[in-house]
Design a protein around this ligand. Structure first.
Ligand code: C2E
Ligand code: MG
Ligand code: MG
Ligand code: MG
Length: 278
């Protein structure tokens, strides 16, 4: 705790800062125990094609804490990244995703779904990441070609040569890659051309304002056109209205994810949903 205060260099004796630090330390302590307390779980958000048929899902992590209630991923994921906890947590996510894919194999309504998993930079950069993914696939017997890893621009742009090599090795295992939150980072087209990506995911901030902000509309158009030119698949996230979907479709976007189609839900809720609507 003293170490954290020292790092922050703000006044150690300010009672507000002091209590904020204590709250953070408590949160960190509880996050450290969350895995063994089985407080973490995954929810799944469907991804659909232009006919609104399910083609995949994204796994999203949730933390239902005994002490803190449902903690937002926007809070605990950065904390997990700072503390390194994202590494064991990230493997738990991958393992759970593999098991979910196996369960989905048993149902004709879900057996074709591709499951996308967010991988944080810190985990991806581990020297033994490829080996551990390989081992996980061996141990679980999950269908590798139905597992997709979502990386962000900042993850891939740091040490590009190394990243490309690693991505190639993982692709050899059968997995595919999507570039998450595309447009919010600093990808150069030079790198984009060389990365062994399969899909670009248009960030929801651009989708949100398609109809209010002509510049966002122009950016979305450009990202879709560029994806096509580079022969990459493209998906839009955060699609909430039909108007947004129509605009995206008109520009040639082929896949969609957002509240318009489906909220993130537990696997059993998703089963039910698919039973009713598809
Ligand atoms: P992301 O990967 O960009 O995930 C998309 C986020 O958008 C999710 O937030 C999802 O619930 C939300 N979303 C989906 N559809 C809509 C919509 O129509 N409108 C709006 N406004 N939002 C929508 P969530 O679940 O809170 O996750 C936030 C971020 O936390 C994720 O952003 C991802 O960066 C990170 N994250 C989530 N799960 C994991 C994980 O297992 N590992 C890692 N490393 N990061 C994760
Ligand atoms: Mg994502
Ligand atoms: Mg995203
Ligand atoms: Mg995001």
């Amino acid at each position: 705790q003293a170490k954290q205060a020292g790092r922050n260099t703000t006044c150690f004796y300010d009672p507000e800062i002091q209590s904020a630090l204590e709250a953070r330390t408590q949160l960190e302590r509880d996050l450290r125990l969350a895995l063994e307390r089985q407080e973490l779980y995954l929810v799944y958000q469907l991804q659909v094609d232009t006919a609104a048929q399910p083609i995949g899902a994204e796994a999203l992590l949730r933390w239902q804490s005994e002490r803190h209630g449902l903690v937002s991923p926007g809070v605990f994921i950065p904390l997990a990244e700072e503390t390194g906890l994202i590494i064991p947590i990230g493997y738990w996510v991958l393992q759970t995703a593999c098991q979910q894919l196996l369960t989905w194999q048993q149902n004709p309504k879900t057996r074709h779904l591709v499951l996308a998993v967010n991988v944080s930079a810190r985990q991806f950069k581990q020297a033994d990441f490829v080996e551990r993914v390989r081992k996980l696939l061996d141990e679980t017997g999950a269908p590798a070609h139905q597992l997709k890893l979502e990386l962000t621009e900042s993850t891939v742009l740091d040490r590009v040569e190394e990243t490309i090599e690693k991505m190639k090795q993982i692709k050899e295992l059968g997995l595919t890659f999507s570039m998450d939150d595309f447009g919010t980072g600093y990808s150069s087209l030079q790198y984009l051309k060389r990365l062994p990506l399969d899909q670009i995911k248009i960030d929801q901030s651009f989708v949100r304002d398609i109809h209010q902000d002509p510049e966002d509309a122009a950016i979305v158009k450009t990202i879709i056109a560029m994806s096509k030119a580079l022969r990459l698949h493209v998906i839009a996230e955060g699609v909430e209205t039909e108007a947004q979907q129509f605009f995206l479709m008109e520009q040639g976007c082929e896949a969609f994810q957002g509240y318009l189609f489906c909220r993130p839900m537990t696997a059993s809720e998703l089963d039910e949903q698919l039973l009713i609507t598809h």
